[in-house]
Design a protein around this ligand. Sequence first.
Ligand code: ATP
Ligand code: MG
Length: 174
Amino acid sequence: MYIGRLQLKGFKSFGGSHDLILSSGFTAIVGPNGSGKSNLLDALRWSLGDSSASRLRISRQSDLLFQGSVSRERAKEAEVTLHLRDEERVCTIKRRVSAPDGLTSLFVDNSRRTLTELDALKRQWKLEGARFAFIGQGEVQETLKQSPVERRMYFELLFGIDIYRKKRMEAQER
Ligand code: ATP
Ligand code: MG
């Protein structure tokens, strides 16, 4: 599966609507400092269900809304739509955040879903573990500074075996 298309509306530095068509294989995003390369990666992370403020480099979800510029009003709503493709199918994941409270909603193929449901779908599509990873700016240094326990968690996530720890914890809670 690969990202065939990424649509952004009012997301971070991307005021207005943007539509990126991507092909399979290797894609490089280049641009000067502050031009929005990391914001694009934030859009991918967020649309795939990551809400972590630190990873998204925000304080609250409403910080994802385009803040406005001299020529464009601030956005009341931000939306990222990710089109995942393989030979047979296209699947769309859409995540939206609205002003002023920063409430978010998620849709898979236009049906409303919870983050937990998206997690299950990602596992089904093998969008977890070794086949799929984000390595953000500065994360290589961070990994080197991690404690052995933190590093173990990271590798568990990368190899897709963190699910067993989660399942065991859920079973123990019952
Ligand atoms: P670098 O090469 O330095 O890593 P970059 O291309 O990764 O740069 P980003 O971090 O993606 O740059 O973009 C930073 C810019 O995005 C800053 O100018 C910041 O003001 C702007 N920005 C972040 N959030 C918003 C927002 N909600 N509304 C408008 N602009 C925003
Ligand atoms: Mg960057």
